[in-house]
Structures are given as C-alpha cells and as structure tokens.
Design a protein around this ligand. Structure first.
Ligand SMILES: NC(=O)C1=CN([C@@H]2O[C@H](COP(=O)(O)OP(=O)(O)OC[C@H]3O[C@@H](n4cnc5c(N)ncnc54)[C@H](O)[C@@H]3O)[C@@H](O)[C@H]2O)C=CC1
Ligand SMILES: O=C(O)CCC(=O)C(=O)O
Length: 526
C-alpha cells in the first residue's frame, strides 16, 4: 500500500505534486482543530506541517502509523521532539529554504521601524499629511547587534554590512574565523546590549534563549535602541519591552513573532513605535515553494526509499546510502536482538565494533538499530529512532569502534553487551545474497542465518550430544530445518544454533538442559 501523508497547514501546492509523483498518497486538510486532527492522524504515515499544527505528545499517542513529521520551515518548536522520538517518528525540517526571505523580513522591519513607515502610511492614506510627525533615523553608520548569527543571522549581517552598518554579533557558537569571514565583530551579550543602535534576534527558542532580552537585559541597552524580532516570540520579555517603549528608553520595535500565537492581543500592540506582522517572516512565494518542495522530497525519500535528510532526531542517510545500509541495519538489529533475548539482567555497556566496508557506512544508524534490537525484548515499544535516548536514560554506556577488516569478512559487526555478571559477544556479516548471518558467538565461529524460530544451545564438546538432542526434538514432533555448530577447541565449549519449524514447546525446551553436557538452551525468535 502506498504511504499516505496529511498536509495539515497551508503549504504551496508544489508539495502535493511532488508527493504524488513519488508515489505517496496525499490529503490536504489545513486548519483542522486539534480534535479533528487527533481523530484522523492514525490513518497517516507522514504529517507535513508549517507552524500552525501543534504536534503534541497527545496527538502522537493516536498516530499509530506515523513515521515522519516534516516541517516546511526551520523552527520545530511546535513539535514535541522527545515525544516523537520516543514514538520512533522522524522529525525533519528544511533548514535553508526560507532563510533569505526571513532575513529580508528582518531588514524590512528595521527600515519600517527606523522610518515609522506603517504609521506614516496610515496617516497619509487618511489624508493627514503629517510631515512633522514622522522624523526617522538613518541606519547608515549605525551599529546592528545580531543575537544568533547562524543561517538567518549571517544573511542579515551581510545585508546590513551592504547598507553600511557596523555589525556586532553575540553567538557562543560563532567561530572567530566565521565572524572574520562575515565581517562582523564577535562580542559578549552585555557588550552588544551596551553598543547596539538596533538589535535583531535570530536564535532558536531554547532554555538558554528564552527571555534572552529580559527586563534586566533591556535595562543594559542604549537609550534609543530599536529591537527587531523575526525569530520566536518569548525571546524578548514583551511586558518589559512595552514598559521600556513607554518610558522612551527603547525607541521602537519590529515584531513578527509573539509569545502567544496567533497573537490576538499582546502587550506591544497599540504602541505608536511598534510595527507588527503576523509571523510573515517566511511568507514569500519563493520561500514557500522552496520549503514545500523540499519537505515533500525529504518525506517521500524517507517513506519510499528510507533516505533521511535534515532529521532533528536521527542521523542523515542519503538515497544512495539507504540501500547499502538496509541489510546492515537488519544485521545490527538482529545481533542486538540475539543478545537482548539472552540478557536477563541490567545492561551496563554496549560496545559495537564495525570492521571493513561497514565501518564506512552511517554507523550511528547501525548502532541505533543494534540498541533497538537489544532493548526490544525488555521494552516492546523501543525502535531505531528512540533507542539511543532510551539507552541513555537507562545509563547504558554505548561505545563504537571502527577499523579496517582484520579477518575473513569484507564487513563485520561485533556486538559486546556487558552486564554485572558477564560480557556477551556476537559477530555477524551480510553476504552477497543480502542476508544477515551470525559468524561468531563468544568468539566461537559459526555460520547461521537468523530464522523466525531457533534454539540456541551451549554445551560441552562431547560425543553423543547431537544425536540425543535431535531425538528429543524428533520425538516431540519438532522439525529441524537447519543446524549450525561451532566450538572453541576439541572437547572444549560448543554452541549449536538450530532453526526449527514453528514454536518450540516450553516443555521440550525445558528438557534440553537435562541432556548430558548441555549448559544452556534458549528459544530465540527473529
Ligand atoms: N519569522 C519566521 O517566519 C521565521 C523564523 N525563524 C526562526 O529563526 C531562527 C533562526 O533560524 P536559523 O538562522 O536558520 O537557525 P540557525 O540554527 O542557523 O542559527 C541559530 C543560531 O543561534 C545561535 N544560538 C543558539 N543558542 C544561542 C544563544 N543562547 N545565544 C546566542 N546565539 C545562540 C546558534 O549558534 C546559531 O548560530 C529559527 O530557530 C526560527 O525560530 C526561521 C524562519 C522563519
Ligand atoms: O511557516 C511559516 O510561516 C513560519 C516559518 C518559521 O517560523 C520557521 O521556519 O521557523
């Protein structure tokens, strides 16, 4: 069945065409209320949104088929990422498609505030011709303080330099080299507050940036400063800003984003030196076409081919990598599953070694698959997206090593699982037939495929075991499909991996350890 996507916000129609071209069924239902959306979300594999749809933990509860949320835009603060991750839903955005447009909006607001253009327009069109009321300021030669100098902040900085402004930037992650390249001066926040004639915000909304322009920070700004916010409501304390505007300390503000949106009322509304737009930063035909095309391409690539681009909660996998990675993802998950089915105590550490060709693939995705397989016998709901977080929450240390091929295999994955009692290890590879195989357990060589129903036996390498074991299964009507054996030395420790048809009855499994020399017998399912 073709994957099905719901577009729940206003997206350019270009997205629909892309989904359909790629074989994804698509329904367009912008403006649903949260109950209506909750009622139908269970029918969809993908959800394409802008900023209006709120993807909450509650909505995700009913999203039984959902695999991907695609944000046609940058900020994903309307998506509960931890809840999506816990549910195994990939969240992707389009990090560049609307940056130029949003930067241009910030510059537009800066001019609008500097020259009070909206108020002057309203007055002129009302026939008032108030030439003396509107005295602006030049921006040439003024200092622009950019808070957050990433994609959009950097474009704003470039444009502002072109307008002959001086640009200073506060961004803890801006390297001195990048600052030099851009021609901006990297400064501390207090320095920026003290020096800037205009301040423009371009950070995401995080615990660190929330209220970054608090009452206290606003008090450190220059008298006559003008503040532009095209990033997120809540970066600036709106009540404190209104007070600073009323007192005349802040000369003007241009706001596109508000703490509560849609903003039907707001402390800033009604002040003569405030210019507001209804979150229009990304609203140009060009940007909307860019983000709609990009999100539809990314979501289709994931749903049809397993390629992951611009995911917030999973490493990227290109369309070329996806088919190469797929059999190794299956291998990693099955190796994890083998160890997980045998492990009954708390896991302390997981070490995964990637040797040869597989070491050149996206090992983060492989590790996530191995951990998902490992934890699933204990936690049914864990999946490739949520596994790394679940492991972290449980204090499991995960160590990855990559190296050149050392043994007989072009590619080899070895998983070691450390518990209080023991370290368990299993190695596997993928042969040219694309099927994952176990090639060593506890360092003992074997050659076995993963089958739906298997029995794993560890025993002493003594004559007679195979006959007695086969008779026990035969007498119980359990048919052996394949039988793989391995041992570390003649008369030493041996293992058997036996594929059987159908489930192994519990009473039959219970009789195996009573056979002479048998140490352990476990039924495994893959
Ligand atoms: N008004 C609108 O319609 C739009 C708003 N946006 C908003 O703009 C924001 C920025 O977008 P991009 O530039 O593409 O993101 P980006 O990730 O490229 O840049 C964000 C920058 O903020 C910096 N930053 C993070 N924490 C900081 C802190 N505590 N102090 C100072 N700087 C900090 C980062 O180092 C980074 O350089 C988005 O998160 C989104 O919320 C984006 C597009 C449209
Ligand atoms: O989709 C929109 O109109 C808002 C864009 C935005 O805020 C973002 O991309 O972060």
């Amino acid at each position: 069945m073709a994957p099905r996507v719901l577009i729940s916000d206003s997206l350019s129609p270009a997205a629909v065409a892309i989904f359909q071209e790629r074989g994804v069924a698509v329904d367009v239902k912008p403006g649903l209320d949260k109950d209506e959306l909750a009622r139908i979300i269970g029918d969809y594999d993908g959800l394409a949104i802008r900023s209006a749809t709120k993807v909450t933990a509650k909505l995700l509860e009913g999203a039984s088929r959902l695999k991907v949320v695609g944000r046609a835009g940058i900020g994903v603060d309307n998506v509960d990422i931890p809840a999506a991750t816990a549910k195994g839903v990939i969240v992707m955005n389009t990090p560049f498609g609307n940056s130029i447009t949003t930067a241009e909006h910030a510059i537009a607001l800066m001019f609008a505030v500097a020259r009070q253009i909206p108020a002057a327009d309203a007055s002129t069109q009302a026939g008032q011709w108030e030439k003396n009321r509107f005295m602006g300021v030049e921006i040439t030669g003024k200092t622009l303080g950019v808070i957050g100098c990433g994609n959009i902040g950097a474009i704003v900085a470039e444009r502002a330099l072109g307008l002959r402004m001086r640009v200073i930037a506060f961004d803890p992650f801006l390297s001195p080299e990048r600052a030099l390249d851009l021609g901006v001066e990297k400064v501390e926040l207090d320095d920026l507050l003290a020096r800037a004639d205009f301040i423009t915000l371009h950070t995401p909304m995080t615990a660190q940036t929330k209220n970054i322009l608090s009452a206290e920070a606003l008090a450190k700004t220059r008298k006559g400063v003008r503040i532009i916010n095209c990033a997120r409501g809540g970066l600036v304390d709106e009540v404190a800003l209104r007070a600073a505007l009323d007192s005349g300390h802040v000369a003007g503000a241009g706001f596109d984003v508000f703490t509560v949106e849609p903003a039907k009322e707001n402390p800033l509304f009604g002040h003569p030196n405030v210019v507001c737009t209804p979150h229009l930063g990304a609203s140009t035909t060009e940007a909307q076409e860019n983000v709609a095309l990009q999100v539809a391409e990314q979501m289709s690539d994931y749903l049809i081919r397993g390629a992951i681009t611009n995911a917030i909660n999973f490493p990227s996998i290109t369309a070329e990598e996806a088919p190469k990675l797929k059999p190794f993802i299956a291998l990693a998950e099955k190796l994890g599953s083998f160890a997980g089915q045998l492990t009954e105590t708390d896991i302390k550490e997981v070490r995964i070694t990637y040797e040869g060709g597989v070491a050149g693939l996206k090992i983060k995705a492989l590790t996530a698959a191995a951990i998902a397989g490992l934890l699933r016998p204990a936690l049914q709901d864990v999946n490739v997206v949520s596994a790394p977080i679940v492991a972290k929450e449980r204090g499991i240390v995960v160590e990855e090593t990559t190296r050149a091929a050392e043994g007989d295999f072009e590619s080899l994955i070895t998983l070691e699982v450390v518990t209080e009692q023991m370290t368990r290890s299993i190695s596997g590879t993928v042969f040219h037939d694309g099927k994952p195989r176990m090639v060593a357990i506890k360092g003992i060589k074997v050659d076995a495929e993963f089958a739906p129903s298997m029995i794993y036996v560890t025993n002493e390498d003594k004559p007679g075991f195979i006959g007695r074991f086969a008779s026990l299964l035969g007498n119980a009507g359990v048919n052996i499909a394949t039988f793989a054996l391995g041992r570390d030395a003649q008369g030493g420790s041996a293992i058997a991996l036996v594929e059987v048809d159908g489930e192994v009855p519990a009473d039959v499994l219970g009789q195996i350890p009573a056979l002479p020399g048998v140490k352990q017998a476990k039924a495994l399912r893959f």
